[in-house]
Design a protein around this ligand. Structure first.
Ligand code: ZN
Ligand code: MN
Length: 472
């Protein structure tokens, strides 16, 4: 790619909400099952059937929008978006147009500084709408399955930003992750729970004007989104460089050939004739409802917290947040009084090593006790790790195991002196050299002493040095 050009992308992500019922009727939100099993006059668009809003969908949409960093509007409006297609039985889609549910979020993906936004992609808006049915194309005709008709969706629209093709897939990964963590969607990309459209244009580096953009529709894999952006960027640059220019159009990505292909051009672009949906009231949300239903901290807030309060780096924060239950274990262990850095270290090493599927090996009380036993010099770190293995997946208390197995480190001078004397008499040559000043041998004696008993290493070092000086 010629370096005089920069890439501008804008993303629209559709996400199915994991409600039990559809958006405007009592049918189950289940694509599986017999074809057209989950249908009724409302979602089949019969004349005279009236929509009734599913509040579970509104709640999940508000939680999703909050997790994406958006502000929830107390008033939003449903509108009709008209177009004719067999998968749209009413002849229009109920969506939100000029007054969406939520606005002004941001997705931190570590964008380079020249993007103009530093680190984050701004989320322009999040709105609620219904999904279409699904067409099944056969050799001798097409069929329609209406199980998906009117399933609740949110559409997440980003602002355009300058970046590299991999930023588009990174954005989708983050959105996917945030929505999964917020618990609002089943989130299977292969099943179409999350689908992405990308608007792509190129412009001379640093130029403020946006040039003609092309929309690539219906991408549902992280890899294909990146491939389609690369193809489209290079196609547009090649057009400009030979004196031509791209036309505004909608394209599809051909996965096999790795190319985008024209679906429709601007001349064929639709006029949707939006107007407010007369069969649904304005969606008024009270501030208290918003507060109560979106209070759960989002994954982004948790990530920020991990990095600023507990000293995790980016990679550690992501690990903690992608491993089920790990964040809560750390949070609760620290709440009991454990040191944050040590808790994080334990959680990311020994605890993760023992984790089975979604089950963590310890509860916060056990982890706290283990950390305290080391902090109080009752046991050393290797012993603590052995104790963790012993108590894993049980409710045994570390203190009890340490006591019953005699694992506590010896901390009284006399006992340690006795052990050192015994070791010295068993290794007379080394002891003489050590007393004569061969400092390297301190490691040898530490090892010998530790083999005989669990001792406090710091204290033992002190005693070894004292006893050496006591020699005539
Ligand atoms: Zn229905
Ligand atoms: Mn849409």
């Amino acid at each position: 790619m010629s370096s005089q050009w920069e890439l501008v992308m804008g993303l629209e992500v559709h996400c199915q909400l994991a409600t039990s019922k559809k958006l405007f009727c009592g049918c189950l939100n289940q694509e599986a099952g017999d074809i057209n099993e989950h249908t009724c006059p409302v979602c089949l668009g019969y004349p005279g059937a009236l929509p009734k809003l599913n509040w579970e969908a509104v709640r999940l949409a508000a939680q999703a929008a909050t997790a994406l960093g958006c502000h929830i509007n107390t008033t939003s409006v449903f509108s009709r978006k008209h177009y004719f297609y067999p998968d749209l039985p009413k002849g229009y889609q109920i969506t939100q147009f000029d007054q969406p549910l939520a606005e002004s979020g941001s997705i931190p993906i570590g964008l380079p500084k020249q993007s103009g936004f530093e680190q984050s992609v701004p989320v322009h808006r999040v709105h609620i709408e219904e999904d279409s049915a699904k067409n099944l194309h056969l050799k001798n005709g097409s069929l329609v399955n209406f199980n998906r008709a009117s399933v609740p969706l949110i559409e997440i629209v980003s602002d355009p930003f300058v970046g590299q093709p991999h930023h588009a897939s990174q954005y989708l990964r983050h959105v996917h992750w945030i929505l999964l963590e917020a618990g609002v969607t089943a989130g299977n990309l292969e099943d179409g729970h999350i689908r992405c459209d990308v608007n792509i244009s190129v412009k001379p580096v640093g130029s403020p004007e946006l040039r003609t953009r092309v929309e690539v529709k219906n991408l549902n894999s992280f890899r294909n989104i990146e491939r389609s952006v690369i193809y489209e960027r290079d196609r547009q640059i090649a057009l400009y460089e030979k004196g031509s220019s791209p036309v505004q159009e909608t394209r599809l990505f051909n996965v096999k050939q790795g190319k985008t292909e024209v679906l429709r051009t601007k001349e064929e672009a639709m006029d949707y004739r939006y107007f407010p949906e007369p069969d649904l009231p304005v969606l008024d949300l009270e501030a208290q409802w918003i507060q109560e239903n979106t209070a759960k901290p989002s994954v982004l807030e948790k990530k920020h917290y991990l990095m600023t309060k507990w000293g995790a780096d980016e990679g550690q924060a992501v690990t903690v947040l992608t491993e089920t239950g790990l964040f809560n274990l750390i949070e609760d262990t620290i709440a009991l009084g454990a040191d944050a850095k040590k808790t994080l270290d334990w959680a990311l090493t020994s605890v993760l090593e023992l984790k089975k599927k979604k089950q963590l090996p310890v509860n916060p009380t056990q982890l706290y006790e283990l950390i305290q036993l080391v902090a109080d010099h009752k046991i050393n770190l290797p012993t603590a790790k052995d104790v963790l293995k012993k108590i894993a997946f049980s409710d045994a208390q570390p203190q009890v195991v340490v006591a019953s197995d005699g694992l506590e480190m010896k901390r009284d001078d006399d006992t340690i002196r006795e052990i050192v004397s015994a070791v010295a008499s068993q290794n007379p040559d080394e002891w003489t050299r050590f007393c004569a000043g061969d400092q390297k041998l301190i490691g040898f004696f530490m090892g010998q002493v530790m083999r005989k008993a669990k001792v406090d290493p710091k204290l033992t070092t002190q005693i070894l040095n004292q006893m050496r000086q006591e020699q005539p």
